[in-house]
Design a protein around this ligand. Structure first.
Ligand code: PBG
Length: 309
């Protein structure tokens, strides 16, 4: 009876697996703050991507962990930079059987860890960053990414990336815009995942957790600039925002079940304080119920296996 009248579905095709690929790694490196998640080698990444396709996931979202960083994040636009290499690996592995998505942001590649380049006063320079994002988008699309995911919250990022992609002939490359992204404590574990060098915070470009109307304004701007899919991030502390965005736009809405949300469940489960599988399923169901069409989650592959059971 419950199955007959259940209002919310959770299916493998709705899940996107975020993955970290570390330059030069010879074996997968465990991320202590995210038990069960690894920085992949190129080889293990290929295997995980092939498995993701086999499990019927919606896609993978790739993050690069470069072995060297600089002030302007040069590794991000270099065709031989780790993320672009990982995109090529992924596409050669799965072709068009699985959507290959890539994080379009400088924070993994900059020595200061900010999502953009800095001006002479040490502040994030929005417009100088846009030029690099445009180049990075083209580099990722040239490497074969089906979807690029600008996550840096620079004003105007979607518009410049769309224009650059079109000018380079990448008319079919989709933009999944991190439209409403909050300056959140729940990103903590991710910083270890990508060996982040960030000092300070991202409050000059990410949103204030107190604001909801502002999220709708950010979403409207991104849709007007050409976003094909809009994202709300984090997910759990922002389920109301997911609902408002779902009711507000007619493009698909994604939500990112982020590192801290993952770590909380894993930590409590490891202590025997909650039932891990039930907590995972309830978490993802709540994000779908709030209105997310697709969910980025580190549990994507495991949950797909559970759903296939
Ligand atoms: C920025 C980016 C971040 C995450 C995804 N893309 C970190 C940040 O904005 O500080 C966080 C993902 C997570 O916490 O799981 N490139």
């Amino acid at each position: 009876m419950r199955r007959l009248v259940s209002e919310t579905t959770l299916e493998p095709r709705q899940l996107i697996l975020p993955m970290f690929i570390r330059e030069g790694a010879r074996e997968p490196i465990a991320i202590s703050t995210m038990p069960g998640v690894y920085q992949h080698t190129r080889d293990t990444a290929r295997k995980a991507i092939a498995e993701a396709a086999q499990l019927g996931l919606g896609g993978v979202m790739l993050f690069g962990v470069p072995s060297s960083k600089d002030e302007v994040g040069s590794g991000a636009v270099d065709p031989d930079g780790i993320l672009n290499v990982a995109i090529r690996d992924a596409v050669s592995e799965v072709g068009d059987d699985l959507l290959v998505m890539s994080d379009l942001c400088l924070d993994e590649f900059t020595s200061h860890g900010h999502c953009g380049v800095l001006d002479s006063a040490g502040r994030v320079d929005n417009d100088a960053t846009l030029k690099i994002y445009a180049e990075m988008g083209v580099a990722q699309a040239s490497a074969g990414a089906h979807v690029v995911g600008p996550s840096g919250m620079m004003d105007g990022q979607v518009g410049v990336i769309r224009t650059a992609l079109d000018a380079a002939g990448h008319l079919d490359t989709v933009i999944l815009a991190y439209a409403a992204k909050y300056a959140s404590a729940f990103f903590g574990p991710f910083r270890e995942a990508v060996d982040s060098s960030l000092q300070g915070d991202r409050k000059t470009y990410q949103q204030d957790p107190a604001n909801a109307r502002e999220a709708l304004r950010e979403v409207d701007l991104d849709v007007a600039e050409g976003a094909d899919i809009v994202m709300v991030k984090p997910a759990l502390a922002y389920l109301d925002i997911i609902r408002q965005v779902r009711d507000h736009v007619d493009v698909p809405v994604a939500a990112y079940n982020i590192s801290g949300e993952y770590a909380m469940v894993e930590a409590a489960a490891a202590n025997g304080w909650i039932d891990r599988e039930r907590a995972i399923m309830e978490t993802l169901t709540s994000i779908r119920r709030a209105g997310a069409d697709t969910i980025l989650t580190y549990w994507a592959a495991e949950v797909a296996q559970l759903l296939h059971r």
